[in-house]
Ligand binder design. Structure first.
Ligand code: SF4
Length: 368
């Protein structure tokens, strides 16, 4: 019997809404929406991996750039048509943001390293055992890829080093993180080591948004770029030392007029300005963007995560399909059509993915 691989994302989807799981993993449907963006988390991860496999920061940036190049080529090829200027800018920004976050990682985390590498980052594959571990599920296997396992200097304890890129940090949620509990369960079974500790290294994705810019603008004539000042005093100083090439003439404005109002502007940041501001923010406070936590997980929680995996495997072949009570719907790709009516017209809006879990390498005995 061919092995059916289940990943953490699939298991979470299954427990969240079986209808979404049916469309996404049983029928392998994926949306046709055009999305042109580099995955910043994956790029940073490649850079971190490049660093720990060679010890060279230079190599870390080269690894990141190499993967970004591959992703860009793939995106352009997939869409089969030239990208717009705005899309190109977003791709360039994605790579620069990943570089800035990698820089924060190397600046903040690497000086804290008090461990030796025990096992490199690698994929794992385990059977989904029933509670008590007496009989392995013959078809369903749980697969994933853990970051490095390290040994702490001094105590020799094996610890999972988990690198993540997140939008917000909820420290409480780290203690109940299903993915990490399942990964600890998998690594314990694979290595036979007592791995209960995790070093979380979290890079925060910048949450800054495009904002309005207020300031003062002086028109220097049709062929020149206008001058912009964000402070009224800078405008006043400039007008005092007014250059002869300026189209504005002081006598046009009677003594006492508040010319700062005349020059006031209020506009949205350009994409270039916004991108520059985000990158400056990461570079100016790396410790805000790179946070580390050390957590020891109770063995009972790790065992329970393993038991839940078995229950998922036993339920997956049952025909019951129920809908989630609504919490997942906001982000669901099927909410506006297939969830309402599973018809050929609605199915035509989706692709069928050739590989179920493209993020993983082919596993022994895996069915397609
Ligand atoms: S919209 Fe909600 S109920 Fe429908 S498939 Fe998606 S998650 Fe499930």
């Amino acid at each position: 019997m061919a092995t059916r691989i289940v990943t953490h994302s699939e298991a979470s989807c299954f427990t969240g809404c079986r209808l979404e799981w049916y469309f996404k993993y049983d029928q392998r449907l994926t949306t046709k929406t055009r999305s042109v963006a580099l995955n910043v988390g994956v790029l940073v991860h490649e850079g971190v991996y490049g660093f720990y496999s060679t010890g060279s920061k230079e190599h870390a940036y080269e690894s990141l750039a190499g993967l970004a190049g591959e992703m860009r080529t793939k995106l352009v090829k997939n869409h089969g048509e030239a990208l717009t200027d705005e899309e190109m800018k977003k791709l360039v920004f994605g790579e620069k943001l990943a570089q800035a976050l990698l820089w924060a990682y190397l600046e903040v985390f690497v000086p804290m390293d008090n461990f030796e590498l025990a096992l490199p980052e690698e994929p794992f594959l385990i059977s989904m055992l029933p509670p008590g571990g007496k009989r392995a599920s013959s078809k369903y296997k749980y697969a994933g890829r853990t970051d490095m396992i390290v040994r702490m200097r001094g105590t020799g304890r094996p610890v999972l080093l988990e690198n993540k890129t997140k939008g917000i940090i909820d420290e409480e949620a780290l203690y109940r993180d299903d993915q990490v509990l399942r990964y600890l369960h998998a690594k314990q079974r694979e290595t036979g080591w007592e791995i209960n500790d995790v070093i979380w290294r979290i890079l925060l994705r910048p949450q800054l948004r495009i904002s309005k810019v207020k300031g003062y603008m002086v028109d220097l004539g049709p062929d020149k770029t206008p001058l912009c000042f964000t402070r009224k005093t800078d405008l006043k100083n400039y007008l005092k030392d007014e250059s002869p090439s300026m189209s504005f003439k002081k006598e046009d404005y009677p003594e006492g007029e508040d010319y700062s109002t005349k020059y006031l502007f209020d506009r949205e940041e350009t994409l270039d300005e916004y991108h520059g501001r985000v990158l400056d923010d990461v570079r100016s406070r790396p410790e805000h963007y790179a946070r580390q936590f050390y957590i020891t997980y109770p063995q009972s929680e790790i065992d329970r995560a393993g038991e839940r995996l078995h229950h998922i495997a036993s339920d997956m072949h049952k025909p019951s399909i129920y809908r989630c009570p609504g919490v997942r719907c906001m982000m669901c790709n099927f909410k506006s059509d297939l969830c309402i009516e599973d018809s050929p017209q609605n199915r035509a809006k989706y692709y069928v993915r050739p590989k179920l879990h493209p993020e993983l390498p082919a596993m022994p005995g895996e069915g397609t």
